[in-house]
Ligand binder design. Structure first.
Ligand SMILES: Nc1nc2c(ncn2[C@@H]2O[C@H](COP(=O)(O)OP(=O)(O)OP(=O)(O)O)[C@@H](O)[C@H]2O)c(=O)[nH]1
Ligand SMILES: [Mg+2]
Length: 290
């Protein structure tokens, strides 16, 4: 996480501060800057003010602890993926957020840590270089990539990947999708088609749709999530580029405002730069306790 924001939050509760109305007002401003968004920042500070009043907290350090507890409660518990003979993961998201890189990271991670046999599906048939990009990852990782040529039907790629998995002993299909800004109708149509393929070819598969968001885009990430959530049922979020200047507050508002769990956090371009999201750890780091 961008350390400068955490540093500011830490200093905010530093020595010499008094618990006063001014402190709560300044905290609202700080949280807005930390990508909370105004409405959620005010709501959070209102709740914090009420807790402080009820518990008679007059020490800023205790207020900081109360804020940490309050924020941690906002985060959704991370769902556990139930074991299945076949897991299908569809990665969605707008241009450049890190879908293709994340697809490769997930393949590497599930293979190494969970003993899975993944197949990558190049369901981004929109961009010419997209298939090659995924194939390069596949070669490096020794993971099979199912691809068609540019302009093909993404649902047909998923179909072939499912067939390849079923006949080739793989138990996971990770599908990369195109990042162009869809119109909602086109997005719904494309995903419905993929849904139908998964339902007919692999009705017993564990089918998961994760939205990939670039954490450095702050409030924009929330707007993207709202657009996708209105179009399709999402199962969770993957936040990328946490090694850059992310301020982190958007994670709390994504959870509180959309009810979506964060599943993974990515913090670099290497295959190993993906970590399961831990609400407690994340909050500690955000508040500066870690
Ligand atoms: N620093 C950093 N860079 C990342 C991370 N994840 C992805 N990237 C970089 O972000 C850029 C875009 O990543 P892609 O995986 O191509 O993104 P995409 O969503 O597939 O992009 P499109 O297919 O064009 O929509 C690449 O340069 C990646 O190396 C991350 O966690 N940290
Ligand atoms: Mg891509």
């Amino acid at each position: 996480m961008g350390s400068s924001f955490t540093e500011r939050l830490k200093n905010f509760f530093g020595l010499g501060k008094k618990v006063s109305e001014e402190l709560f007002e300044d905290l609202s401003d700080l949280l807005v800057e930390g990508d909370f968004g105004a409405a959620f920042a005010f709501k959070t500070v209102d709740a914090l003010r009420a807790i402080c009043k009820k518990e008679g907290l007059s020490d800023p350090a205790r207020v900081r602890e109360a804020l940490a507890a309050l924020l941690e409660k906002q985060l959704c518990p991370v769902p556990v993926i139930a074991p299945s003979d076949l897991t299908v993961i569809l990665l969605l998201g707008v241009n450049g957020v890190g879908k293709t890189t994340t697809a490769a990271k997930l393949a590497a991670r599930y293979r190494t840590l969970d003993n899975k046999k993944p197949i990558l599906a190049a369901a981004d048939t929109f961009r010419a270089a997209a298939v090659d990009q995924l194939k390069i990852h596949g070669e490096r990782l020794g993971v099979r990539v199912v691809a068609h040529k540019q302009g093909g039907d993404p649902a047909a790629v998923v179909y072939d990947a499912l067939e390849a998995a079923q006949s080739g002993g793989a138990d996971m299909v990770i599908a990369d999708t195109a990042g162009r800004m869809h119109t909602k109708a086109a997005l719904v149509e494309e995903l419905k088609k993929i849904d139908r393929v998964v339902e007919s070819r692999a009705p017993d598969a564990r089918y998961i749709r994760w939205l990939v968001l670039d954490s450095t885009t702050g409030r924009n990430a929330l707007a993207q999530a709202e657009t996708f959530q209105a179009a399709v049922a999402l199962d969770g979020l993957i936040l990328t580029k946490f090694d850059s200047s992310a301020r982190g507050g958007v994670v709390f508002s994504l959870a509180a405002e959309l009810g979506l769990p964060v599943i993974f956090i990515c913090d670099g371009e290497q295959y190993g730069d993906i970590k399961p999201f831990d609400p407690k750890e994340f909050t500690k780091e955000f508040i500066g306790f870690a």
